[in-house]
Design a protein around this ligand. Structure first.
Ligand SMILES: [Zn+2]
Ligand SMILES: [Zn+2]
Length: 448
């Protein structure tokens, strides 16, 4: 891991240490403890393929040779992949890194071979490779929180190399898949715990969005935090994740859907996805919290007649605000080519998301914020706001991805429109650059 990389797993590393230690006993560490023997036939060991590789000071398409897989791994021929914003700083940085790595942490493709112990998928299945596993056996999965499946968080344990290299460059340099998944190469190998088979004719470019961005954003509104019909929803950040939350608000029947973003074209895009009001984070400045409270104050000041404001009561500020708030802005990993966000660290945005939630309301923090965020202790104690962690929006991949497929088939989720640019593998580096520049909503690399 490079020192400048901002990846979801790196950020979660500290918090996941305890989980990771426990997960060692799962057997998930088979690859870490010893290089698995080749399965023999059908694993495609030695097959050559191409992919985007971050190595030394470069990010280029290179030829690789597939190494033997673990008995619980799957060989997948990639069909489409969408680079996640969280990888851009590490992928595009100019510093030289020793470890060669295929970037990203999700993808979509066809299963071509399976290890001897794989049960979930078989050759020929089309699979979403999700950013979070769902093993179904660990403590977290058994206690209803597969969004924190220990198989995923095992990979965060300090000093532990959970995933063996999956390929070699021509000169023999081992190549790792970022987070054990990668995605931006013609061949992926993934443990079956990350693979979700989908049985549909939908195009690969749409289905790959269910591995991370669109699925994470949509999950924000129904998986752990559940938008209520007619409720006031606020979404900070109209990127691929935030727009997923906007679509969830539309599907769940929210009343107002207020979207905050500094980028003009993204605000306009949000209106097409279901936003009812958009606000420019830069133009509103520090007044944005009061503006949102005003928008959510209800039809009158009569608290006995449905007004959500308490008029001139001394504690009026406590009682006004949105029912549900999603913070999906995140920090600015690299300066964009579009409008800048008001606070590149995202600390201010997190505090605004907290402050514009009504007493008793719900707020989910999905964006990364690396600096400490000072929450007033009294508001934490007394306002009854429920704070939800935004790790993939609470997505339970095996439960939720198949139902999102049905919602796309029925036209309830619009996965086609959020793809605003397509690339070939040879243009994959540009897809990462455009993601960093924020000149696209979602870019998809299609493999032919
Ligand atoms: Zn991601
Ligand atoms: Zn699990």
């Amino acid at each position: 891991m490079s020192g400048t990389r901002v990846s979801r797993r790196r950020v979660l590393k500290t918090g996941a240490t305890a989980l990771g230690g426990g997960a060692l006993a799962l057997g998930a560490g088979a690859a870490a403890q010893a290089q698995a023997p080749a399965i023999g036939t059908g694993t495609q060991t030695g097959r050559t393929f191409r992919g985007l590789v971050r190595h030394a000071a470069t990010l280029d398409v290179q030829e690789m040779r597939l190494l033997p897989i673990d008995p619980r791994q799957v060989v997948i021929r990639s069909l489409a992949v969408a680079p996640c914003y969280t990888i851009v700083r590490g992928a595009l940085a100019a510093n030289a890194i020793q470890r060669a790595e295929v970037p990203n942490h999700c993808g979509f493709g066809v299963v071509e071979a399976v290890g001897a112990m794989v049960k979930r998928v078989q050759a020929g299945d089309r699979v979403v490779v999700a950013g979070t596993s769902q093993c179904g056996q660990c403590y977290q999965c058994l206690h209803g929180r597969p969004d924190y499946c220990q198989f995923t968080f095992f990979s965060n344990a300090p000093g532990v190399e959970p995933f063996a290299p999956f390929a070699q460059l021509r000169d023999g340099t081992p190549v790792y898949a970022q987070a054990g998944i990668g995605g931006m190469s013609e061949i992926m190998t993934a443990f079956e715990e990350y693979c979700v088979p989908v049985f549909t004719d939908l195009p690969a470019a749409q289905l790959t969005l269910l591995g991370d961005q669109l699925a994470s954003g949509f999950a924000a509104g129904h998986a752990e935090m559940v938008f209520q019909p007619g409720s006031d929803v606020v979404v900070f950040g109209a990127g691929p994740v935030g727009l997923g939350a906007v679509q969830a608000a539309r599907v769940m029947g929210a009343g107002q859907v207020i979207v905050v973003d500094p980028i003009r074209y993204r605000r306009e895009f949000a209106l097409k996805m279901g936003a009812t009001t958009t606000l420019d984070a830069n133009a509103e400045g520090d007044g944005i919290v009061e503006r949102i409270r005003e928008l959510c104050r209800g039809p009158n000041d009569r608290r006995f007649a449905g007004g959500t404001t308490w008029g001139r009561a001394g504690n009026a500020a406590m009682s006004r605000g949105a029912d549900f708030v999603v913070e999906a802005a995140g920090l600015e990993a690299l300066p964009p080519k579009t409008e800048r966000q008001p606070d590149p660290t995202n600390v201010k945005t997190v505090l605004q998301a907290w402050d514009c939630t009504r007493a008793g309301g719900h707020v989910m923090l999905m964006g990364f914020t690396l600096q400490p965020v000072p929450f007033p202790g009294v508001s934490l104690a007394l306002l009854g706001r429920t704070l939800h962690p935004g790790q993939q929006g609470g997505l339970h991949v095996m439960r939720d991805i198949p139902r999102y497929v049905k919602l796309i088939e029925k036209g309830r989720i619009d996965a086609a429109s959020v793809i605003t640019k397509r690339y070939t593998l040879d243009q994959a580096r540009q897809s990462v650059q455009d993601t960093a520049d924020r000149t696209i909503i979602t870019g998809v690399v299609e493999f032919t």
